[in-house]
Design a protein around this ligand. Structure first.
Ligand code: SF4
Ligand code: SF4
Length: 314
C-alpha cells in the first residue's frame, strides 16, 4: 500500500505548539500507550479503543434533554435520580463501533468521543496548512501520544511521507517499543524527544505499569547509532516517585554516560492539568491531591546542572 493511504488512530491534532520540538509545531496525538503512568495528563490517549467522555458542566440534564439515552443502541446511558445527569455504563458502551451516536446528538457538547481514524494523506494535509509558520520558525510536525510506536505501520508511513514533503519531524516517545520500530522512526526524524522516568525498575513498574529495562536499553542503542540526531531526554519530576536528589543523580549518571553529540536533558515539573479528564472518562486520578514543591524543583534543576553541565537544559 502507498504510504499516503495508510490509516492511523489518533485522538487530537494540536496546532501552534512551541513546547514539543523546535519552532512552531503541529502535534499529532496517537491513540494507545503501553504505559499507564499515574500522572498522565492525557488519559484519553492510553486506551487503543475509542472512549466516550462526559462533561457535566455542559449537560442540560434529563429534564431539558435526555436525547443521548434514547439513541444509544446498547442502553449504556441512564440518568441519575438526583441531578438528572447521564450515567454511562462503561461495559456496555462500545464507542469504537457505534459511530458516535450519542455525541453527535448532544448539541450541548457534553459528550465527546476520543479517537478517530485518519490516513497519512489526511493528516499531512492538515499539518501542511501551517507550513508558513514552520518556515519562519524552523518548526514542523511532532508525533506524540499515547505512544507513536504503538502504531508502527502508520508511524513509519507518516514520517517517511513527511520527509518526502520536506517537513521537519519530531517524535515524543516513552521508549517502550521494539528497537526496530524506534530505529525505523529515528531514520526519518530531525529531533527525538525521549521520556526517561526512573532508573529503578520496581518503582518504574509501580508508577507506570512496566519495568524500565527495554526503555533504558533503547535509549543506549539509539544514542549509539544516531550520534548526530538531536535527542532530548526528559524526566517529569513526580512527587513521591522521583523528586529526590538520589533519583536525579542516578538519571544524570545514566545520561552522562550516553554516547552522541547532540544529547540534552531536561526536567519537567509535575502538573495537574488533565485531572478533569479522568472524571469525564469515569476513571480515578491516582495521584490524589499531591503537589510538587517548587523550591525542591529548583534545587533539583540546579543539582542536575552541576551533574551534567551543558547537556542540561536549564
Ligand atoms: S444529549 Fe447531551 S445535554 Fe442532553 S442529556 Fe445527554 S449529555 Fe446531557
Ligand atoms: S458511544 Fe455509542 S455505545 Fe457508547 S454510550 Fe454513546 S451511543 Fe451508546
Amino acid at each position: 500500500m502507498q504510504d499516503r493511504l495508510v490509516t492511523g488512530h489518533i485522538f487530537n491534532i494540536q496546532k501552534y505548539s512551541v513546547h514539543d520540538g523546535p519552532g512552531i509545531r503541529t502535534i499529532l496525538f496517537f491513540k494507545g500507550c503501553p504505559l499507564h503512568c499515574r500522572w498522565c495528563s492525557n488519559p484519553e490517549s492510553q486506551s487503543a479503543q475509542n472512549e466516550l467522555a462526559f462533561n457535566s458542566t455542559r449537560c442540560l440534564t434529563h429534564k431539558a434533554c435526555g436525547t443521548c439515552a434514547d439513541i444509544c443502541p446498547n442502553q449504556a446511558i441512564s440518568f441519575s435520580q438526583q441531578e438528572g445527569f447521564p450515567v454511562i455504563e462503561r461495559k456496555k458502551c462500545h464507542a469504537s463501533l457505534c459511530r458516535e451516536r450519542c455525541s453527535s446528538v448532544c448539541h450541548a457538547g457534553a459528550l465527546k468521543i476520543f479517537g478517530k481514524y485518519i490516513t497519512v494523506e489526511e493528516a499531512l494535509r492538515e499539518v501542511e496548512k501551517d507550513a508558513v509558520f514552520y518556515q519562519r520558525s524552523s518548526g514542523g510536525l511532532t508525533v506524540s501520544g499515547g505512544e507513536p510506536c504503538f502504531q508502527p505501520e502508520f508511524l513509519l508511513a507518516l514520517l517517511s511521507e513527511a520527509e518526502r514533503r520536506y517537513l521537519d519531524t519530531a517524535m515524543e516517545t516513552c521508549g517502550q517499543a521494539p528497537y526496530e520500530v524506534l530505529r525505523g522512526a529515528a531514520a526519518h526524524l530531525n529531533t527525538l524527544i525521549f521520556d526517561i522516568k526512573h532508573t529503578d525498575a520496581s518503582l518504574h513498574k509501580a508508577y507506570t505499569g512496566v519495568e524500565n529495562s527495554l526503555i533504558l536499553e533503547n535509549i543506549k542503542k539509539l544514542c549509539a547509532e544516531f550520534r548526530d540526531l538531536p535527542i532530548l531526554l526528559r524526566t517529569p519530576v513526580i512527587p513521591g516517585f522521583n523528586d529526590s536528589e538520589d533519583a536525579i543523580r542516578e538519571l544524570c549518571a545514566f545520561v552522562a554516560a550516553l554516547p552522541g553529540k547532540n544529547i540534552s536533558y531536561e526536567l519537567l515539573a509535575y502538573h495537574r492539568l488533565g485531572t478533569q479528564k479522568y472524571q469525564q472518562l469515569g476513571r480515578d486520578y491516582r495521584m490524589g491531591d499531591i503537589k510538587l514543591d517548587n523550591v525542591l524543583m529548583t534545587r533539583l534543576k540546579n543539582f542536575a546542572l552541576v551533574q551534567l553541565g551543558e547537556r542540561f537544559v536549564a
